[in-house]
Design a protein around this ligand. Sequence first.
Ligand code: IMP
Length: 178
Amino acid sequence: MEYNPPVKKVLISGEQIDKRVKELADKISEDYKGRTPILVGILRGSVLFFSNLVKNLSIDCNLDFMCLASYSGTESSGKVRFILDMREDVKGRDVIIVEDIVDTGITGQYLLDLLKTRNPASVEICSLLDKPSNRQLEIKPKYVGFEIENEFVIGYGLDYNELYRNLPYIGVFDETKK
Ligand code: IMP
């Protein structure tokens, strides 16, 4: 069936993502050997990355989710809307926040601040994408799949107005199709 999503070009193919996610999962498995981290997927953007990442881990782990929102169209609102909290108690635990992309850094900083009030043993961020040139807050995710330019991307969980999360690759959004 023909499907023509508004993609100007494929930036990262599904194969490239699979390969890189395996590398990230190996690194996390090594770094957390003998511990049982809680991986917290940030809904909804991280959902494809999250499932790919966790199935490649070779350590015990707990899985949990939080739901946040901050974007409308291709612009960050600059404010985080908290929609759904996680269920696990993070006190004394190692937490890995799993995000689709760190852009302005506002969401990441919000999550770090929030989780630190709950006294975890450690908190790190693992993000499929990083757009450091658009940063407003100084945060550096410990695990990054790919660093990208300041372009609006869709696919592999990332949306434009809640569409195109289903694409099996990361593509540059075609703004003329807005
Ligand atoms: P922040 O600006 O670092 O707070 O990023 C917050 C959220 O904005 C991310 O988790 C994404 O859901 C969304 N976002 C940022 N850049 C893009 C993009 O290029 N495409 C789709 N969503 C994005």
